[in-house]
Design a protein around this ligand. Structure first.
Ligand code: PMV
Length: 363
């Protein structure tokens, strides 16, 4: 396996004269993995390639106000949903410190960062993918504005994806709209372990796919993703899992290209359950699904068998269900949720999302 090349160290990205003052803002979406990344090595390098839908509504909006550093040591103040958040602040300080050889100008500035999520605070939805990709887009924007580099979309997005990955692995996929792939595979040219790339050949049906997120349990999960990845190092099934992910990836890419919803459903559900099987077979073992998660899975499979509507479920590292289905089935799915899932979710605990177009500049 290749080790990190890191083409991005650039000592020239420093202000020689006046350090500017101003604001940049970016909104970036979350993403939902179809082929799951679970297990990593070195600094956020994946053990297998992963593929995701970039979402639309579930997004983080981040504004970065910058000015010349008042003291020798640059400072960061981080506000989340209007309030100073010291946990995020410490994480961002550590993240920026790690980026000093990539963006030397960071040490010349003081920052005030304001971030908010479009989804409810208590939804139990991980915001690291949307948050880290929004911040990565903003930093690359500063580089492009002040140093004239990253002047093609491809160069800009690739670097933003690389930076987002250093913050949170799966965040690197949120930089692209539609479908993104992260991790080296012979199935897609120019794929890399260091950044994600867009998947170009996608059937229109999947470009408009819906993702209804059912919030089964909004509480913070007991075991972090970081700890979960770590446990893959000793999971006896890990080598078979990494092999299977590569096989599933090849099958899924074909289904995404041809519009084959049956194969899409088979592989997507297998990946979700395998992710959770890895948690259950880690040592120590743990379980993030709740009884309601399992009940809803059974209801979705029953509904699909009965109606022929190709609705699939997937899961993140948590108990919440993502229902993935074609745009044309939206009304039937709403009715299904209303009539058959009301024991598990209220209308307030459903986020009606869809495949989206990727990050946007807001300021
Ligand atoms: O990016 P991390 O370290 O939070 O890991 C996320 C892993 C999953 O969400 C479970 C799967 C994925 O590929 O997004």
């Amino acid at each position: 396996m290749s080790s990190e090349k890191n083409n991005y160290i650039n000592p020239h990205l420093r202000f020689k004269d006046q350090v500017p003052e101003g604001t940049t803002g970016w909104q970036s979406p979350s993403n939902i993995a179809l082929i799951k990344y679970w297990g990593k090595r070195a600094v956020q390098l994946p053990m297998n390639p992963s593929v995701s839908f970039t979402l639309s509504k579930s997004a983080t909006r981040t504004t970065v106000h910058y000015k010349p550093a008042a003291k020798k040591e640059s400072t960061i103040a981080f506000y989340f949903e209007g309030e100073r958040n010291l946990t995020f602040e410490q994480k961002t300080i550590a993240f920026f410190k790690n980026l000093h050889s990539v963006f030397p100008f960071l040490s010349q500035m003081d920052f005030e960062i304001r971030s908010e999520n479009s989804f409810p605070h208590s939804a139990g939805i991980a915001s690291s993918a949307s948050g880290m990709s929004a911040l990565a887009m903003a930093l690359c924007d500063l580089e492009r504005t002040f140093f004239g580099t990253l002047d093609t979309d491809e160069a800009f997005l690739q670097k933003a994806s690389y930076i987002a990955r250093l913050g949170s692995g799966s965040a690197c996929r949120s930089v692209y709209g539609g479908v993104a792939l992260w991790g080296k595979t012979d199935r897609l040219q120019d794929s890399s372990d260091e950044f994600a790339v867009p998947v170009p050949k996608i059937h229109p049906l999947f470009r408009h796919y819906r993702d209804y997120i059912l919030i089964v349990d909004p509480h913070k999960k007991k075991v972090s993703s970081r700890a979960g990845h770590e446990l893959m190092k000793t999971n006896p099934f890990a080598p078979a899992r990494f092999k299977q992910a590569n096989q599933n990836l090849a099958i899924l890419l074909k289904a995404l290209e041809t519009g084959d919803t049956d194969t899409f459903t088979d592989i997507t559900e297998l990946e979700a359950l395998t992710l959770h099987a890895m948690m259950m077979t880690s040592q120590p073992s743990y379980m993030l699904m709740k009884p309601a998660t399992v009940s809803i899975i059974e209801k979705i499979r029953d509904f699909r068998n009965r109606t022929g509507i190709p609705v699939a479920f997937t899961l993140d590292a948590g108990p919440n269900i993502h229902m993935l289905f074609p745009e044309e089935n939206e009304e039937s799915i709403k009715e299904f949720i209303r009539t058959e899932l009301s024991a598990y979710v209220t209308p307030d605990s459903v986020i009606a999302d869809r495949v989206g177009n990727g990050p946007q500049k807001t300021e």
